[in-house]
Ligand binder design. Sequence first.
Ligand SMILES: [Zn+2]
Length: 297
Amino acid sequence: MKRKHAWILLFAAVSLCACGQQEKMQKAEGVRLEAAKEMQTKMTEKEKEMTQKMKQEAAAREAAEKAAAEKAAAEKAAAEKAAAEKAAAEKAAAEKAAAAQGDFYYTALTDEIKARITGISYPDTAEPLQISYQELAYVHVLHYDFNGNVKEGELVCNQAIARDLTEIFQELYRWKYPIEKIRLVDEYGGNDERSMEDNNTSCFNYRVISGTTRLSNHSYGTAIDINPLYNPYVVTRSDGTTSIQPANGTAYADRNAEFSYKIDHEDLCYRLFTQHGFTWGGDWKNTKDYQHFEKKY
Ligand SMILES: [Zn+2]
């Protein structure tokens, strides 16, 4: 072989070798790229996964928050509903009590009533009375006066007849039965004569029977006097003379005379009180107390 040919051969060999090397390098680069690509894909997937996870967590958190808000709203609504129901129930109870009470009702003596009667119709003495505050009641009624106007009436009576009086006065009111005044005798200083002269209807007054030392049934609150001026208390003495109370009611002692507001057996007052178990003073024998109804208890 010529020297020239040898060189060519060598060059070719080197070239071939270099060429192989390059191919190798290219191959390696390809592998590297492939790995990088794979890694990239893996990372992207992981990122995706993480993003997905974060999204899921956020959604879960949002759902939890929404549920909590809904729960709070539901609890608030329930509390509001309960409060509204409670208020409605209280209102209904108050209305029911007011309706039950109305204008005709009776109660135990309040401190205010005790203060009004103590030392007047209810004596303020060291000795205990035959009746306690607890045995008495306050009665509130409406009535028609002699001019046909509706007036409020107040009575203190024994608890035992409080319901009777409330019902009787309600019925008298329904029939517009005229009663001039129904005030506590305390407004007359506890003076029965003054109360009768003013034609005041009243019940409790701790006092003795006029002309005796015996306690009247008014002392127990179990007797009531209606329109007393027109229905006086007439006592016929053994000598035939009479005493009439109130003094200005003399004209009405004659029960055969015709006049208004007279209580007799046809009168609505008589009918109602006797229906409730009361007796009438107009039926007594020696004395006649036409204004007076009382009930044993
Ligand atoms: Zn009486």
